[in-house]
Design a protein around this ligand. Structure first.
Ligand SMILES: Cc1cc2nc3c(=O)[nH]c(=O)nc-3n(C[C@H](O)[C@H](O)[C@H](O)COP(=O)(O)O)c2cc1C
Length: 328
């Protein structure tokens, strides 16, 4: 039987299928089922500082709602504080106790100090690694691309300086010079780059003429973008490339590893096909390896990456020209 073992930012895993950060890690029984179905590891849903801040705001507003309504009562309640990140940290500890597979915590903070503080606290829960979810839409038109990238690199360096567990960075696809940014992040200590996060894409309700937020799951056509960038970045940094978005089947895992991925993250396909689909994907991957006589993942990892192509421009220009010439 072909060997599916891999490492993911230095963490040993039984196979390359990792469940991405999402609400599948909201319940312990689901997490146990994910482990039983054979997942190589799991990223726990993100700790969002913004969510804590907004919940804290609501909490404080509720507590002070009746303040000063009566002359003799300045406040209705004894002093109480919102629990902040405590609930999430407790959740990470409980998850750690419940399963043996590698666990990675995910963090999306706002200020540099809180990135560092929360990173320390997440490490103390016993997780094996930490993923920084660098999703902050650049909505300030006075801030240029370099400034945004510098904040990310500095934040990463500050986190790496205080934790011992490996740190990965989850990126979106919209950087001006992704190869350069990938190298800067690696130099700042990223052990792996997750390519890519799928950003929130609101829709528009044409009957009411308003925006609407719907849960939008990926499909296989979405994996072309991460596949292309996996192939372009593989071998250009020492950080592992973890492909994500639109990976639906065992064949899609094969493609990502051929492109140079160390492992993959999946969410949508598990929402759509159920937890048992992890086993189907593993069987398909193993069946393909057997048919192609690959004893392990290293045997074909990066075989179709850009650096290995005979024509170094193959993944870019050559393919593009061939594709449009044939499209009459
Ligand atoms: C319901 C749901 C919740 C998610 N929550 C998070 C999250 O907390 N943190 C994060 O980094 N990504 C989150 N994601 C994004 C996924 O981790 C993943 O990057 C994205 O869905 C693309 O992978 P996929 O095509 O396999 O779904 C979420 C996705 C879904 C569908």
């Amino acid at each position: 039987m072909p060997d599916l073992k891999t490492t993911y930012m230095g963490i040993e895993m039984s196979n390359p299928i990792v469940i991405g950060a999402c609400s599948l890690s909201k319940r312990i029984d689901t997490i146990k089922q994910i482990e039983d179905a054979g997942a190589g590891g799991l990223v726990i849903k993100s700790l969002f500082e913004e969510q804590i801040q907004s919940e804290r705001g609501v909490f404080e507003d509720r507590l002070s709602e009746y303040d000063n309504m009566f002359a003799e009562a300045v406040t209705m309640f004894p002093h109480q504080e919102h629990s902040g990140a405590k609930e999430h940290l407790y959740w990470c500890k409980e998850t750690r106790k419940a399963v043996n597979m590698p666990l990675i915590a995910s963090l999306n903070a706002i200020n540099k100090e809180s990135w560092v503080e929360y990173a320390r606290e997440l490490e103390a829960t016993g997780v094996n690694g930490l993923e920084l979810n660098f999703y902050s839409p650049p909505l300030d038109k006075t801030v240029n691309a370099l400034e945004i990238e510098k904040i990310e690199v500095d934040t990463l360096a500050a986190v790496v300086a205080v934790v011992k567990i490996p740190v990965s960075v989850k990126l979106h696809p919209f950087y001006t010079s992704l190869l350069n940014h990938a190298q800067n992040l690696t130099a700042a200590g990223a052990k792996s780059l997750v390519l890519f996060n799928r950003l929130f894409e609101p829709d528009i309700d044409t009957s009411k003429e308003v925006k609407k937020a719907t849960l939008h799951l990926s499909s296989a056509s979405d994996n072309r973008l991460p596949m292309r960038w996996t192939a372009l970045i593989h071998g250009n940094t020492t950080a592992d490339i973890i492909s994500s978005t639109g990976i639906m089947s065992g064949k899609d895992v094969v493609k990502m590893i051929l492109a140079g991925a160390q492992a993959v993250q999946v969410s949508s396909t598990i929402y759509g096909n159920g937890i048992g689909h992890i086993r189907n994907m593993l069987n398909e991957l193993q069946g393909w390896m057997q048919a192609h006589k690959h004893p392990n993942l290293a045997d074909f990892r990066g075989k179709v990456a850009q650096l290995r192509a005979e024509d170094p421009w193959h993944f870019e220009r050559g393919q593009y020209i061939k594709a449009i010439l044939g499209f009459d």
